[in-house]
Design a protein around this ligand. Structure first.
Ligand SMILES: [Zn+2]
Length: 322
């Protein structure tokens, strides 16, 4: 499908104003070559009066949104489209309170749930690996005390960061991952997951990176001061977590915030916000449903930065109630 997306909020609202139009747009993204049965992969289907696809081979009745992030939603798709526009059109991201206001959602909880579902759609399944020269480091987010490397520190979360070094062109794509600790096993697993084999991996002299050569990478050891691009990304990430989420991020949710940041960072030069919207809708059709039970984390607030932050009271309430 050609990349067809609205260029402005006005265009979005004028164009996607009925359920039928939204469904048709989703159908083209989910099945660009025509219907494929999610159970038996046959291509023939009858379109029923209730708007369902009835597989001619296995008789499964399914819908465009079944088995996707919009699985069994009771809210209008027109509203979901606005939510997706809202989350992609803002430079720094959307928080639940803002989402609730803009969409006039009755409950803060719904806004929060939608944001978390949409964050899951921000990572494309089976996405490409980074390649070329990649700078890798880890950084702690959260907590007040300095953590000891390799062991993990209480109240802090360790994030693995990988950035493509494009030389004169500057920074390429990034990948981020919440790591349990900076052991060799964890770091190697992270790098193997995000980098093409035989890539050049530049790190500092930490022992956790010593085994990379054995894993079929070219390993360049630099002094920590020379890892400029990965340190830049670490600083930008921390600033973003502070400004967008007022520091209120729970460890169980950190992976989704990292995915959101990666989505935004890797599309930072994108001129049209509508293109981000297009990607998000497209990926929403590719990822599995996220039932509400899987969105809940432990009831411990996790603060990034210091205690002097103005925490959104709604966020604090939510942390204690769930
Ligand atoms: Zn079938």
């Amino acid at each position: 499908m050609e990349e067809d997306y609205p260029k402005s909020l006005l265009e979005l609202e004028e164009r996607f104003n009925t359920e039928v139009i939204c469904l048709e747009y989703l159908r083209q993204l989910r099945w660009p070559q025509g219907f494929i049965c999610p159970r038996c992969e046959a291509s023939g289907a009858w379109y029923t009066q209730r708007g369902l696809y009835h597989c001619q081979r296995c008789k499964l009745e399914t819908s465009v949104t079944a088995g996707t992030i919009l699985h069994q939603t009771r809210k209008p798709l027109t509203l979901w489209f606005r939510a997706m526009w809202q989350i992609t059109s803002q430079k720094y991201g959307a928080n639940a309170l803002g989402m609730q206001r803009v969409l006039s959602l009755g409950s803060y909880h719904t806004a929060w749930e939608w944001l978390h579902k949409l964050r899951r759609a921000m990572v494309r399944p089976h996405r490409d690996r980074l390649s070329g020269v990649i700078e890798v480091d880890e950084t702690y987010v959260g907590g007040k005390k300095h953590g000891k490397r390799g062991r993990g520190a209480s109240g802090k979360a360790l994030v693995g960061i990988a950035v493509e070094d494009k030389g004169v062109e500057g920074l390429g794509r990034i990948r981020l991952q919440h790591l349990q600790d900076a052991s060799g096993a964890n770091l190697e697993q992270f790098i193997q997951a995000i980098a093409e084999p035989a890539s050049v991996i530049r790190t500092d002299e930490w022992t956790g990176y010593k085994g990379l050569t054995d894993k079929n990478f070219q390993h360049i050891v630099a002094s920590s001061n020379d890892l400029k691009i990965v340190h830049l990304v670490a600083a930008l990430l921390k600033r973003w977590l502070l400004s967008t989420y007022q520091g209120a991020v729970r460890p169980s949710h950190l992976a989704y915030y990292l995915d959101e940041y990666t989505f935004r960072f890797n599309r930072r030069s994108c001129t049209f916000r509508g293109k981000l919207f297009f990607r998000l809708v497209q990926q929403a059709m590719m990822v599995d449903p996220a039932p509400i039970a899987t969105l809940k984390g432990p009831a411990l607030p996790f603060l990034i930065g210091t205690n002097n932050l103005n925490l959104d009271p709604m966020d604090s309430d939510l942390d204690h109630n769930m």
